[in-house]
Design a protein around this ligand. Structure first.
Ligand code: HEC
Length: 117
């Protein structure tokens, strides 16, 4: 008798302890906005061609820190170009001038930030 009443008390306590929001009807629903403009998906910006060329061919030897080191070699956009041409020729990539341009632009915009001259 004593054991049974303890069990019943236990069951009641469990029932009372159930969270009130267990029933989905109890959730506050967000206000529905009719005619709301569609949400724009958050998409990271697409990499530029210069970035892709650089990342595909040039990061085998050096990480981008080489362009941020304090004693970095390139001191102007023209010098970045000289380096890009040197290494693309070294790798026999046969980059066209516009591909070299894109990589120089990528490196300058991302790391060097030299003013265009
Ligand atoms: C075989 C290895 C190797 C490859 C591949 C390579 N680099 Fe380099 N790069 C180096 C080394 C080593 C240095 C540092 C040279 C120095 O300090 O004298 C360097 C330096 C540079 C610098 C000058 C960094 C500064 O100090 O301002 C640029 C710009 C550069 N590389 C661009 C490129 C590009 C673009 C490519 C791809 C086409 C490329 N590198 C591929 C080894 C490489």
């Amino acid at each position: 008798m004593r054991i049974r009443s303890i069990a019943i008390v236990g069951l009641i306590a469990m029932g009372a302890g159930a969270p009130v929001w267990a029933n989905s009807r109890d959730f506050p629903s967000p206000p529905v906005q009719l005619n709301a403009p569609p949400q724009k998906p958050i998409v990271p910006p697409a990499p530029t061609r210069g970035q892709l060329l650089y990342e595909n061919h040039c990061t085998v030897c050096h990480a981008s820190v080489v362009h941020l080191r304090s004693n970095r070699r390139a001191k102007s956009q023209a010098e970045i170009r000289t380096w890009v041409m040197h290494w693309s020729e070294y790798l026999k990539l046969r980059w066209q001038p516009d591909e070299v341009d894109d990589v120089v632009k990528h490196l300058n915009q991302t790391f060097y930030k030299f003013a265009p001259k």
